[in-house]
Design a protein around this ligand. Sequence first.
Ligand code: SAM
Length: 274
Amino acid sequence: METGTLFICPTPIGNLEDITLRVLNILKEVDLIAAEDTRHTLRLLNHFEIKKPMTSYHEHNIREKGPHLILQLTEGKSIALVSDAGMPGISDPGEDLIRLAIEEGLEVVGLPGPSAALLALVVSGLPTRRFAFEGFLPSKSTDRKKALDTLKIEQRTLIFYESPHRISGSIEDMIKVLGDRKASLSRELTKHYEETIRGKLSEILLVSNERNLKGEMVLVIDGAEAQEAPEIDVKEELMKLLDKGMTKKEAVKEIVRVHGLPRNQVYEESLKLD
Ligand code: SAM
């Protein structure tokens, strides 16, 4: 029997025009739509006049529903996976089902489309060449600070999802742990009241407190400054290692490894020791 395909279908994060033609076609063609919230997705389907059987797949029924959906795929049914908004699997249900399908050797096809994280990153004006998506931080301040502590020396631009009632607390903790970095807060992206506030974390905190910002939001923060390589006295380091019984060759190799210095520079220095 031919097995079915699992299609990962991103949906708009606000503006319905952001659904792709390909996602619409897949939603029309599949046998079943697995949706995070069927009532929510029904509004989307009604808007585009799509009639399709739906089943719920959300964080509370992942364990029972996952194997059931896999069974339907193995029986030949094609399934579209959608979340309430954006890319399924990104801070949304999907990851487990996708992994199960791959483990079963089923075909998984991902479709490109909206995701709040990438959009917030590109409008932030912060470096986009390397970035780290951190999703939601813990809600308790002590846990949040611990999580932030692990990011202190992360040089990549950081992306966080946040909720309006936690945003000020989170920014306060970020200033304490990471310092008052450059940042950008995007809220209600693609919607009527869309806005992006850019500045230091302290400036964004001021706006957040003054205006009691509402809606869905993404916070993007500059990564840590590159650490300056500590200045070392190569000759002294070499002698220390030789005293410990290393050969010159070994000592050069060790210094290059530990301090990341050019091999030639360390080698030249070792020749002067003769
Ligand atoms: N899967 C979604 C995606 O790919 O963007 C994310 C789902 S996650 C449960 C919801 C979070 O995404 C919100 O709390 C907010 O941080 C962010 N988000 C979703 N839509 C947004 C929007 N229109 N503007 C800003 N942030 C948004």
